[in-house]
Structure formats: C-alpha cells, structure tokens
Design a binder for this molecule. Sequence first.
Ligand SMILES: *Cc1c(COP(=O)(O)O)cnc(C)c1O
Length: 245
Amino acid sequence: MLGKNLAEVRARIAAAARAAGRSADSVTVLAMSKGHPAASIAALADAGVRDFGENYLQEALPKIGAVGRTGLVWHFTGMLQSNKSRAVAESFDWVHTVDRARIAERLNGQRPATAARLNVCVQVRTDADPRTGGCPPADLPALCQAIHALPRLRLRGLMCLPPPGDSATARRAQFHAVRDLFEQLARAGRPAAPADDAHPGLDTLSMGMSDDLELAIAEGATLLRIGTALFGARPAPIAPAAQAP
Ligand SMILES: *Cc1c(COP(=O)(O)O)cnc(C)c1O
C-alpha cells in the first residue's frame, strides 16, 4: 500500500510541476511519519524516500533508533520548546520550526561539534493571530541575519503551516506571501559574500501537505511535508500528558 501511495503522490507532484512549468526534480518529498510505526518508515525508505519528519521527540527518538540514520535525513517539524532543544540539536539533521533568535542560539550551542551543521528553516507566521507559531514577517530579516552568524547552523529557507481549515484560496495566498518573503531574503542575502559551505544560500521553501501540495508547487515549494497521502490516516495523536518529559 505504501508503494502505491508513493507512486500516486509522485504522479501528483509530476503533474503539478508540469502545470507550473517546473521540473519534478525541483520538489522533494518529506514523509511526515508522526503517528506511524518504524516499520512503515523502513518500508518507505526501501521504496526510495530519504527524508522523514517527526513532531514529537518522545515518539521520534526510539523510531530514529529503530530505523537508523544511514542514507536517511531526519527533520524536526514540531513545536520547539527550549527544554527539548538539546535532543533536537543532537538527533536531527533539519529543524523547520525556528521562529526566534533565542531558540536558534540554543540549537547552535547544543549542536555536537562532531555533527554536520544543523539545517534550519524559519517558520513564518502567515496568520495575523499572535497565538499561531512562527516569526512575524516584519522580524524575518533580523532573525535570518542572526542565524547566519551562528556557526553550527545553516539557514536553508522558510517554512509555513497554514491553520487547519483554511480555504484553498487562503492557503494559496499564504504560500504566495511566503514565497515573496523568501525571494526578498534571497535577494537581500549576503550581497558581499558568495555562497559557501557554511551558507549555501536559501534553497528551501517547506510548504504544502497532502491536501494542498498542488497549490504549494504552483507557488514554488521545494520541500513538501506529506503525511496522510503516503501513510494513510494517522491514529489519534498522543495525549499531551504522554508527551511530558
Ligand atoms: C502532520 C504534518 C504534515 C502533514 O500533514 P498531512 O495533511 O497528513 O499530509 C505537514 N506538516 C506538519 C508540520 C505536520 O505536523
């Protein structure tokens, strides 16, 4: 079933990329495996998926241990709490939800010296509601500059997560806004400094999920975070009490 789901997702991506005049290779599938067992991750990895995303540390760490790291890239896409940042810095290759300088500094300080730099996307708040996560657009340039200065992090791009229940029109508008911000940042960049190993430049727009991947591709997404369309419906989320440290 996973192989068939993956083929269907790849066909949707190919069609959407063609419609947008983009190459299907410009879009990577990040399989959101939260709620699904290590065996399903291993099966998708065997089918050729390399990138996996998890939201909850307590769930993710044993699964990473079981599936392993060889040839795989692990992305943390959940809410970043300060008291959990060390385990994130030690166990993941990417973090998609950096939204303030303080958490970036913690991750930088906690990233083991023996590991490669931690790849980081800044989550952008696309909704005026201050309770939703993400960096307000007005604060993005300063936050990105701060991350550029941290030697154990590599700033790769932006991430957005439209609130559940938003219409297709509202989602597309948010994807469009984030792409605009991405292009402004890439232009402002570090004009004096060429891209180098530490800062390969901004190359990642993490947006689009099972229901809206076509809209996200039309707006320039490079990394799609796909759960349900690959794995099927998730079991009920783990209760908050079970997530306590
Ligand atoms: C679960 C999750 C997704 C994937 O959602 P689906 O609708 O199941 O594809 C994407 N992004 C984040 C941050 C998630 O937690």
